[in-house]
Design a protein around this ligand. Structure first.
Ligand code: NI
Length: 225
């Protein structure tokens, strides 16, 4: 399931993140790319300078993502990886690639089910830099307002178009879901959305109870703990 989620960051949070990133040190993004993605990855990423700023920004973004109710029911997160902060200046891009299926190591080894991009720069301040996701229906192109994020299956081929002017800042991360299968996740999301709509319209009716039961038992069946 591919979904855009608005207002992940408050205006104050966004202003604070941008101010910190404006004075931060970015390094070549190839350092964190797989061997084939490295061939097409031309961007920069925030470096840990030992000041604690990277960890503090990562916590802020992770909290903001996790507190969003739509993220919770659409993704069913088990592990949310620490976000990377990427910066594309004029002429930078990230060519077509698929994200690594396994990330981290040891106790932090995870499977990437869902990729996430949180747009940080106002889209009016840069040209190009669209996130393009390939699907069986063709290519889908995204350039979201600052503070909004897109979640999409990590199994897709995708790219970031060349930035032709300005600077594109974004936070990116990956999620391992409690529900491994994309179709199962979508089914649970639809049931959850429908039962909430029924509750709001009619209250706790027998129909609400039955859909809640199906939803709970499917989640129990599919949850991968
Ligand atoms: Ni990617």
């Amino acid at each position: 399931m591919l979904m855009c989620i608005a207002d992940v960051l408050s205006n104050d949070e966004l202003t604070s993140v941008i101010a910190q990133l404006d004075n931060a040190n970015f390094v070549d993004g190839k350092l964190t790319a797989g061997w084939h993605a490295r061939l097409v990855k031309h961007n920069t990423q925030l470096q840990d300078d030992g000041s604690g700023m990277l960890a503090q920004l990562q916590n802020l973004i992770q909290n903001a993502i996790n507190r969003h109710p739509l993220f919770q029911i659409a993704v069913r997160p088990k592990v949310v990886r620490s976000p990377l902060f990427s910066r594309y200046e004029q002429g930078m891009s990230y060519g077509t690639h698929v994200d690594n299926s396994l990330m981290g190591s040891g106790d932090h080894l995870m499977r990437s089910d869902i990729s996430l991009t949180l747009f940080l720069s106002d889209p009016d301040t840069y040209s190009g830099g669209e996130l393009v996701i390939e699907s069986t229906q063709g290519e889908q192109v995204f350039k979201l307002p600052a503070g909004c994020m897109i979640i999409y299956p990590s199994s897709t081929l995708h790219r970031v178009e060349t930035v032709t002017s300005g600077v594109r800042l974004a936070a990116v991360t990956w999620v391992q879901s409690l529900v491994r299968d994309l179709g199962d996740r979508e089914l649970l999301f639809d049931l959850d959305t429908a039962r909430q709509a029924i509750f709001e319209k009619y209250g706790k009716t027998p129909e609400f109870d039955l859909i809640s039961k199906s939803h709970a038992n499917l989640l129990r069946k599919w949850a991968d703990l």
